[in-house]
Design a protein around this ligand. Structure first.
Ligand code: SF4
Length: 334
């Protein structure tokens, strides 16, 4: 297995060339790079001679930028690491914001054995999708697969996406836009390929790019868990509608609509806003169920650990009779 490390220095060096003369620079670092934070801050300080601060709130994507709080403390630039920009809100940053892509340095592992497994799972005409950390592997994977008889396609999704083949947990348009019969997902984790499987209804094979393991994205256990959460929420009386003020997760009008829908259905409601949402915010409020209008990953990945059901917007609409329960509607940000 090839070594998996994060390649962040070249991106920082490039960005720092644009930051000469800046006095105070804020840096956001995703969890996967947290242990490198001190090294990164020291490196940027040396290259720019600015006062550099690490922003301590978690960051999960280009959807939650620290540009506004950094403006409040007089920063004149933000370096956001690990995610690509979301083109649709790139004109609205409160301070100049620079994205440093971070990619895994491990080489693509696509052995003959893996290719044979892919042939068993996938039809000939496939789309190739991945996350920001593995975008650099798309071309080489495509070339190998074409030689093996696959017809591969890649495209750029909607305005939340910056690169061809890029998926977000809340947006699989780079898959949906393709006229293909199945998908290869290059990456780790099940969440992204599940969004593709659910939003397209087509087979999705997952290639773990560092060890070459091939699996199928099977949505059945996921669906069982989501319909169970909906079932538990059926008799909930008091609902919290959770919303975020973050630039790429803010859906306040949708939160208003969901509250109206719940009230129409005889529910008690309370709208709760925050940067990031957690069950602690609901303690003592007598809440029986919650719906999240911010990042839908929270409901899917953390929801099962909450003591009350945490539903996505489409799940709540199903429960309130506003939507068909099947096919399961993934909560996608446009
Ligand atoms: S899945 Fe959540 S964290 Fe990721 S980009 Fe979408 S809203 Fe942001």
């Amino acid at each position: 297995m090839s070594e998996i490390t994060f390649d962040w220095k070249p991106g920082i060096e490039e960005v720092c060339l644009k930051l000469k003369g800046k006095k105070r620079i804020g840096i956001q670092v995703p969890d996967g790079l947290k242990t490198k934070s001190h090294e990164i801050v020291t490196f940027v300080t040396k290259l720019t001679e600015a006062k550099v601060v690490l922003w301590g709130e978690p960051t999960y994507g280009a959807c939650d930028l620290a540009d506004r709080p950094l403006e409040e403390i007089g920063a004149d630039a933000l370096i956001h690491m690990g995610h690509l920009p979301m083109p649709y809100h790139s004109e609205f940053y409160a301070v100049p914001t620079f994205f440093v892509p971070v990619r895994h340095t491990g080489k693509l592992s696509l052995s003959k054995k893996a290719i044979n497994e892919l042939k068993k799972i996938l039809p000939q005409k496939i789309g190739v999708v991945t996350t920001a950390q593995h975008l650099h592997m798309i071309d080489s994977a495509g070339k190998i697969l074409e030689k093996e008889g696959f017809d591969t396609s890649v495209t750029t999704g909607g305005p939340r996406l910056a690169a061809a083949g890029q998926l977000l947990g809340c947006n699989s348009s780079a898959a949906r836009k393709l006229n293909v019969d199945g998908y290869l997902y290059i990456g780790t984790g099940l969440f992204h390929p599940l969004t593709v499987a659910l939003s397209t209804g087509k087979p999705v094979a997952c290639l773990e790019p560092h060890n070459g393991t091939v699996t199928i994205a099977d949505p059945r256990p996921f669906l069982k868990q989501r319909y169970a959460a909906m079932s538990v929420a059926t008799n909930a009386k008091r609902w919290a509608i959770l919303f975020s003020n973050q630039i790429g997760q803010k859906r306040i009008e949708l939160a208003d609509k969901i509250e109206e829908l719940l009230i129409e259905n005889g529910k008690e409601t309370i709208m709760i806003g925050s940067m990031h949402q957690s069950h602690d915010q609901l303690l003592g409020l007598g809440i029986d169920a919650a719906v999240i209008t911010a990042c839908p990953r929270l409901a899917i990945e953390d929801g099962p650990t909450w003591p009350i059901p945490l539903l996505t917007v489409p799940e709540t609409q199903i429960l309130m009779g506003k939507r068909d329960p099947e096919p399961y509607p993934f909560d996608e940000f446009a």
